[in-house]
Ligand binder design. Sequence first.
Ligand SMILES: [Zn+2]
Length: 261
Amino acid sequence: MRKATKSKQATEWLMRVQTLHQPRSFFRCYTRYMKKIIVGIFAHPDDEAFGPAGALLQEARNGAELHLITLTAGDAGTNPDNVPDLGAVRLQEWKAAGGLLGAKSMEFFGYKDGQLNNNSMIEIGHRIIRHVQEILAEAPADTTVEFMSLDLNGYTGHIDHIVAARAASYALYTLKKTDARLSRIRFACLPEKLVPAANVDWIYMEAGHAPEEIDEIVDARHLRDDIIQVMECHRSQRGDYEFNLRQQGDDLGLNYFKIGD
Ligand SMILES: [Zn+2]
């Protein structure tokens, strides 16, 4: 919270200084050529759709270039239609959802759902670094690169989400040492309003975060219909889709983040 407030104040101050002291033509040029890249790093094909879809849609529509990574094909998900190859079906669903989100690239890392661990976390960290370096090969020096993942606590407690968030953090902080284009990672998290208490409905899931633990809230509620379309792509996970829709109600599109920078 402290860090986010400070950097927000700094950004506002900088914007004010630029607006007050730069000629209008300079400011127009400056904003036109700034490039923003968002790399979404998630464990399962539906993580972005049922998590920070609103923020991702909003970023893409504001001109950010979006790249998505899924570590697994979600082959351990629910299979209500008893399809023989759930992973293949879920990757197709993911491609459709990524298309609606406006993703420029989508990369499947090929791991098994539910089986990520310390060893794969280290390997994944290095693979993210290489992948981001390829994305950045042609990017200008004033590009800003942000990562997005789910909460370091696993969001729902899922071990794959924890590995994705920690591998993404490893890649970000490693790349930041030598490349000033890398800026921060946003971890989509749940507020206590939605998850008031810890539960063991499936695995252990922590209670949602108190307001003072949340660094940023993105309000993309006006994109509700588009978010629903993205969620509906994940037909094989319709139980989770319906649960999320019920849980979030009118607040669908309100995304909460913790920030690492
Ligand atoms: Zn997941």
